[in-house]
Design a protein around this ligand. Structure first.
Ligand SMILES: *Cc1c(COP(=O)(O)O)cnc(C)c1O
Length: 403
């Protein structure tokens, strides 16, 4: 199916509402939801040509679906990539990428601060099939450089990271990858294309969890890879067609509509997060705030250059504690005092979500691993939503003022 014809050089918020497959004969203005698993073929010869890949046309939703194509076109337009491939979840996107690009004996370099399941998938699951990997500190470019070996095929970075919002230099990693003849993939979940476009900085692949800001309202699981037309057609498509981690058309439609408000949501939520971070930094019960938009953030300048001058919508803060063994109890008190914010480990929702990383997302790490990652028992992560900022502050004060 062909695309809606659009003039060149449109802005991201225009693409976010218009990029899609062509309208059907009914002329619907809101994109249609093609909830179908199969497609009736015009004749036997066309069916043969479509199955053989000689002719364009849908055959079976595991190989393609117009609603899923719409999401892929829209996301590619927003990331500035030639093409995109949607997947059932963010982890399915990473699975597809690793499966499509690597073979036994290849080597991957990635940051120790990446999403927990990413670390397990590469470091444990793919290790069983002979894919080697080295984890490096997120912000230490020398460590990335030194970890590269002759068989390194992929550098994989996530910036900013969860929950401490460490930022790494995408352009520097892209140069490193190019010198080695390896690919650089960037998990762009936290920043989204509104704040950060890794492909324009030299990355080869952008990976998304659509579950987060792309949907933006906490409804569905989704994922995607953005890359060149050749990589999508020749590497990802043959694998996903057979492996089957495809996105459901319904979920694709939900994310497609979510993208229409991504720009306005990311700007509003980032602005609220910055104000909340500055306010938390002044509170006597708060020991430290982690947020790329703050002057006190170690990579503040890099973050502002790389993220369109905004810090994103996720921040973390450590509660001040008189004794180290009381940190967890004090963080729990703040969380248990909440009446408006949701106690939840997800992020990227219009509802503000708060959680205790040390006992949830990072609960399976040993205390030593947690110390190395800098995730203390007093740490609280807040994914800032769209409530009135005064209500968010008042909700946090319930616990902070009664410690
Ligand atoms: C949530 C998340 C993922 C995984 O995405 P799912 O959609 O939950 O599979 C990957 N990376 C980051 C940074 C995430 O926050």
């Amino acid at each position: 199916m062909s695309q809606v014809p659009l003039p060149p050089n449109l802005h991201i918020n225009t693409l976010a509402v218009h990029a899609a497959v062509e309208r059907s004969a009914f002329g619907e203005n809101s994109e249609a939801l093609y909830l179908t698993s199969g497609y009736v073929q015009p004749d036997a010869a066309s069916a043969a040509a479509r199955f053989g890949g000689e002719e364009e046309g849908y055959t079976y939703t595991r190989s393609g679906n117009p609603t899923v194509t719409s999401l892929e076109l829209r996301l590619a337009a927003m990331e500035g990539s030639e093409a995109a491939m949607a997947t059932a979840s963010g982890m399915a996107a990473i699975m597809l990428m690793l499966f499509s690009l690597l073979k036994s004996g290849d080597h991957v370099v990635f940051s120790q601060s990446m999403f927990g399941s990413t670390i397990k998938l590469i470091g444990s699951e793919f290790a069983r099939f002979g894919v080697e990997s080295t984890v490096v500190p997120q912000t230490d470019l020398d460590a990335w450089r030194q970890a590269i070996r002759p068989n390194t095929r992929l550098l994989f970075a996530e910036t900013p990271t969860n929950p401490l919002t460490d930022v790494c230099d995408i352009a520097a990693l892209a140069t490193m990858a190019r010198d080695q003849g390896a690919w650089l993939a960037v998990d762009n979940c936290f920043a989204t294309p509104v704040l950060q476009r890794p492909l324009a900085m030299g990355a080869d692949i952008v990976m998304h969890s659509g579950t987060k800001y792309l949907d933006g309202q906490g409804r569905v699981m989704a994922g995607a890879l953005c890359a060149t037309e050749v990589m999508v057609r020749e590497r990802f498509l043959p694998v996903i067609k057979n492996a089957g981690m495809v996105l459901s058309p319904f979920n694709a439609w939900v994310v497609l509509k979510g993208l229409e408000t991504l720009d306005i949501r990311m700007r509003a939520q980032s602005a609220q997060a910055l104000e909340l971070a500055q306010w938390l930094e002044q509170h006597p019960a708060v020991q430290r705030v982690y947020y790329p938009g703050l002057q006190s953030h170690p990579q503040h300048d890099l973050a502002m250059r790389q993220m369109s001058g905004l810090g994103g919508a996720v921040l973390s803060f450590a509660v001040r504690t008189p004794a180290a063994d009381e940190a967890r109890e004090r963080a729990f008190h703040v969380l248990d005092s909440l009446q408006v914010l949701s106690l939840a480990t997800n992020l990227g929702d219009t509802k503000t979500l708060a959680c205790h990383p040390a006992s949830t997302s990072h609960g399976k790490l040993t205390e030593a691993q947690r110390q190395a990652a800098g995730i203390g028992q007093g740490l609280i992560r807040v994914a800032v939503g769209l409530e009135h900022l005064d209500d968010i502050k008042a909700d946090l004060l319930r616990g902070l003022d009664t410690l």
